[in-house]
Design a protein around this ligand. Structure first.
Ligand code: PHE
Length: 350
């Protein structure tokens, strides 16, 4: 009797191990194959089920060990077969059910920054009048930003409050206007000169909804024989109408800049109320958009241009200001916060 038991036990364990080995490496070419495997092992008369039938005859003291082996085998067989099924279904899907002619998911396009949109438009309008773009460094020296442009040594714009100086050196600073590029153009080219200088400028201002420590300008310079204030006015009127609409009017008010004489500030008729007066233009019907004037002879001379032979005009505008007028952006800080909800609104602008 003991011998019989041990034979039965050995035989049972051997058969369990054999099946366990087989199911590690099942193959199927079709759903029918998989079904055949299921029948072979798990149907009522299947090999695993048969082992369960025989389990009844295993003596009590071996039931625990063999029972555990059998349960494990059954679970593994079920798992192996459902894994095969899953793989097969996946394969089937990738072969037959994918529609390769379907159009791809759309790739989201970025948008141009509103300041770039407006800067590009300003550049484009003046390029029709023959202006070409000139660029220069943002880190500058005193001469290109101030001295060459007729700023007296004690001029408040040189004060620490307005200008960012670098490394405690009063001669190295962040440009406060792109007029420095005009200086560079005048010293490196001979008239006639007709340049447009777009770029970022820096001023030591407290950041608020209406001021920032950096902003953007587009400045223009035209130097030739017999350039007059009338030429300046005509160019700016053309710009205003192209930028804000044919019905736009301009107004020039006397002003002061060290580098121009005479100097003026230019207003346009308020494009929100059409000049009738509204909160935006503070009831005046006009909004200021730029500074301009005839290049001071001192500036021409310090840049090596004969002021008896040549005259010129210059103008400069803030890109943020023009953008606010076009798009009514209330808070200047929006321009540098990279808030996608803000930027997305300019998708269809151009
Ligand atoms: N450079 C002036 C500024 O920064 C603008 C300006 C340019 C005014 C040219 C007149 C002529 O504000």
């Amino acid at each position: 009797m003991p011998e019989e038991i041990s034979i039965q036990k050995r035989e049972m364990k051997e058969r369990i191990r054999k099946i366990a080995e087989e199911i590690k490496d099942l193959h199927a070419e079709s759903l029918e194959d998989i079904e055949a495997l299921r029948i072979k092992y798990l149907s009522k008369k299947g090999e695993v089920s048969m082992l369960f039938n025989e389990f009844r005859e295993v003596p009590n003291d071996l039931k625990k060990e063999v029972g555990q082996m059998l349960n494990k085998l059954k679970n593994e067989t079920q798992e192996a077969i459902s894994e095969l099924k899953e793989k097969f279904e996946e394969l089937n899907l990738s072969n037959d059910k994918l529609d390769l002619t379907r159009s791809a998911e759309p790739i989201e396009l970025g948008t141009r920054h509103p300041l770039s949109i407006v800067k590009n438009e300003i550049v484009e309008i003046f390029s029709r009048l023959g202006f070409v773009v000139a660029e220069g460094p943002e880190i500058e020296d005193d001469w290109h930003v101030f001295s060459a442009l007729n700023f007296p040594p004690e001029h408040p714009a040189r004060d620490m409050q307005d200008t960012f100086f670098i490394a405690r050196n009063p001669d190295v600073l962040l440009r406060t206007h792109t007029s420095s590029v005009q200086t560079r153009t005048m010293t490196s080219q001979k008239p006639p000169i007709r340049v447009l200088c777009p770029g970022r400028v820096y001023r030591n201002e407290a950041i608020s909804y209406r001021a920032h420590c950096f902003f953007h300008q587009v400045e223009g310079l035209y130097i030739d024989k017999n350039v007059s204030f009338a030429d300046l006015k005509q160019a700016l009127l053309y710009f205003a109408k192209e930028m804000f609409g044919e019905e736009t009017q301009i107004r020039l008010r006397p002003s002061y800049f060290p580098f121009t004489e005479p100097s003026a500030e230019m207003d346009i008729s308020c494009n929100l109320c059409g000049g009738k007066g509204c909160p935006f233009c503070k009831g005046t019907g006009w909004v200021e958009i730029l500074g301009c004037g005839m290049v001071d002879p001192n500036v021409l001379e310090s840049c090596g241009i004969d002021s008896k032979e040549y005259t010129g005009y210059a103008f400069g505008m803030g890109v943020e200001r023009i953008t606010n007028l076009k798009f009514q952006v209330k808070d200047l800080r929006m321009f540098s916060e990279n808030d996608i909800r803000f930027l997305n609104q300019f998708k269809s602008a151009y």
